[in-house]
Design a protein around this ligand. Structure first.
Ligand code: GLA
Length: 671
């Protein structure tokens, strides 16, 4: 957090939701607020999409309804997470100023009728939006109900990349600031290739659709620019708010599967508290592990400080190919997994299920079926549990392992041309995290270059783009006694997407004691056999160990005979390398072996549970809390003594955790 951070303070763990009262009449508001009380809701986000209600015509403001709703919430003792209302421009604005509308990479316009139809570089949009922010900020800036400013909504969810002329102008300015000279830009982008050299700044465009593959350096910088551009927009709103109000400011991040366009490492310091939206993605192999990863990354963005889960769902979403409801108890398990991993707030999208609009089939705390429903009963049960967890707020998660994560590597990996179109950066991160998760190990997610001294094990999955100094942090830490696992495609290019030559893994090569000569990916569905009995897929490499010991080699496929898993003693530590994507069981076994070597263990000893137990410790100055989430059907027993906060029972020696249950134990003595 910045030194100027205004802490978000709340009594206990916040419990709440997005609330869109503009979709309902005031008699429904009365019922809503009564039921919010029943569920224990104490933090409500309003005015997220309020613009056309607050400013129905340019400069003509109407705050009556918002005054009313904030007043009612306040009277009920519910705090307000107040949207600035700018998430979606009103129709009068885009009609008057059509240049606000985004342009896709093929030059076609994106029209109103959905949401977020604005270009991040549009001066007309920014001017109109900041006028609204100023009006909202002045009106509610010291309202006693308002606990937090919620800038816009999920910035960049749909509009992160705009290719219009205004974006082109801003992109050039950004490039000038980054490179100073065209020579430096030409060198960074490798424009000697395909006659792409630029002689004037005005020749440079966003990477609009081309006939062939586009310049990868240009695309990488356009990603960096686009992330910075929206951060600049966030800052503009936040500056207005900070000028008129002392209330903390944040926006809801989208640390969730498949959202790649914003480098939140560079955004995080601007938030007074990290807030994240997370939705289970049933297209993934292991949605629960991804939930844990997203929660750990949210915590990492705040350098370990508690954060707020600003949105998740009580059941199905409406935007996946198949939208699944949650199993019984899953709302509670998912919510408490976020709390276990550092969330001091659990909020949902949304309070009452819409009956119209694009999201009418999206779940809510109060479903279409009403209060006589399993969802409502579980929401009320969760509210009561959250209420009992107040003492946990402010405590911090303990982790012995770290995983290095990089949005830049994500962008660089996913450019138009790569060794295999089936290679995805996030997939590799999820595979490595999944292995750690299956072992019940708690992991901090850290940025490239972050200090690693606090950890005994570091995992570096597919860190394709790496600067020499960032790699040195890892290799120096290994030399000082650390144990690391680095996986294939790491250390391939530098910050300009320029290949590190002399053998792949570049700046990791010496520490790994291996020279990778050629990549040899295999078609999806192909199984590769390793001589230790494990199997893998997706990738192989032709490599020579220099100083590393070979732990397993490929016995078939294009790299038969070449090492697949190696271990190199480096200084006082060990550098492991994995040159393929192991099947999950094999990955877990390898990770288990490496974790054991590093002395990294789960937060407590678990018996039973069939491998479906999540176990995390949060520690405060004078207490510690062991969270145990049983995602499976098999009962588990966990070694711990203290007081269980959900059942409100003492625990001596062991706690039983039935299938599907969660237990949170205030531990007797520091473990
Ligand atoms: C996002 C948005 C919400 C809503 C949900 C639906 O998180 O912020 O407005 O659209 O998705 O899942």
């Amino acid at each position: 957090m910045t030194s100027a951070a205004r802490p978000f303070e709340h009594d206990g763990i916040a419990f709440g939701c997005d609330y869109n009262p503009e979709q309902w009449t005031p008699d429904v508001w009365d019922e809503d607020i009564r039921l919010m009380g029943e569920a224990g809701v104490d933090l409500v986000a309003v005015n997220i999409f309020g613009w056309s209600h607050l400013e129905p015509r340019r400069g003509a403001y109407d705050f009556a309804a918002l005054d009313d709703i904030i007043g009612r919430l306040h009277a009920a003792g519910i705090r307000v997470n107040l949207g600035t209302g700018t998430a979606s421009p009103p129709a009068w604005l885009t009609r008057a100023e059509p240049d606000i509308l985004p342009i896709a990479e093929d030059g076609t316009r994106r029209y109103p009728g959905g949401r977020q139809a604005w270009c991040p570089s549009s001066p007309a949009f920014r001017e109109a939006a900041l006028r609204l922010v100023d009006a909202v900020g002045r009106r509610y800036g010291d309202h006693p109900a308002v606990a937090l400013w919620h800038v816009s909504n999920e910035l960049g969810c749909h509009n992160a990349l705009c290719y219009c002329d205004a974006s082109a102008t801003s992109f050039r300015e950004w490039l000038r600031a980054r490179y100073d000279t065209l020579d430096a830009l030409n060198a960074a982008w490798g424009t000697a290739f395909w006659s792409q050299t630029y002689g004037e700044w005005d020749e440079i465009l966003p990477p609009r659709a081309t006939l062939s593959t586009r310049n990868p350096g240009q695309m990488l910088d356009f990603h960096r620019f686009s992330s910075d551009e929206l951060l600049g927009y966030y800052r503009a709103e936040a500056d207005v708010l900070r000028g008129v109000s002392a209330i903390p400011v944040t926006t809801n991040f989208m640390v969730t599967a498949h959202i790649e366009n914003l480098d939140y490492w560079s955004w995080a310091d601007d938030m007074d508290v990290i807030a994240n939206d997370h939705y289970l993605d049933h297209r993934l192999a292991d949605p629960t592990a991804e939930l844990a990863f997203a929660a750990d990354l949210s915590r990492g963005l705040g350098q370990g400080a508690p954060w707020i889960l600003m949105e998740h769902s009580t059941g199905a979403v409406n935007w996946q190919p198949l939208n699944k409801p949650k199993a019984q108890g899953e709302i509670i398990r998912n919510s408490l997994t976020h709390v276990a991993r550092g969330a001091d707030g659990v909020c949902f999208f949304q309070w009452r299920a819409s009956v119209q609009g694009s999201e009418k089939f999206h779940s809510a705390m109060l479903p279409h079926a009403g209060t006589d429903s399993a969802v409502w009963r579980e929401v009320v049960e969760l509210g009561a549990i959250v209420d009992r967890l107040g003492e946990v707020a402010g405590s911090r998660v303990e982790a012995q392992a770290a995983l290095v994560f990089s949005w830049e590597s994500w962008w660089a990996t996913q450019t138009d041309s790569r060794p295999s179109q089936s290679l995805g950066y996030l997939d590799q991160v999820h595979a490595a995290y999944g292995a750690l998760h299956a072992l019940g190990l708690t992991v901090d997610i850290v940025a490239p270059g972050a200090a690693l001294d606090a950890y005994a094990l570091v995992v570096v999955p597919g860190l394709h783009l790496v600067r020499a100094a960032e790699a040195a942090v890892v290799t120096d830490w290994i030399a000082a006694g650390g144990t690391a696992l680095i996986t294939f495609y790491s250390g391939t290019v530098d910050q300009d997407d320029r290949v590190w030559t002399g053998g792949y893994t570049g700046p990791f090569r010496e520490a790994l004691g291996i020279r990778v000569e050629e990549f040899a990916p295999v078609a999806p569905g192909t199984t590769l056999q390793l001589d230790d009995g494990s199997t893998s897929t997706l990738w192989s490499e032709r490599a020579q160990p220099t100083t590393a010991a070979v732990a397993a080699s490929f016995t078939d496929g294009p790299s038969a005979g070449s090492p697949a898993i190696t271990r190199n003693a480096w200084g006082d530590g060990a550098a492991w390398y994995l040159a393929t994507q192991l099947e999950p069981a094999g990955y877990r076994d390898l990770m288990g072996r490496i974790a054991e070597e590093a002395g990294v263990r789960p937060a407590a000893r678990v018996t039973g549970g069939g491998g479906a137990i999540e176990i995390v410790r949060r520690r405060a100055a004078d207490a510690s809390y062991l969270f145990v989430v049983n995602h499976g059907d098999a009962a588990a027993s966990v070694e711990v003594s203290g007081h269980e906060l959900i059942t409100e029972m003492p625990v001596a020696g062991n706690v039983d955790v039935p299938g599907g249950a969660v237990r949170i134990i205030r531990e007797e003595a520091a473990a």
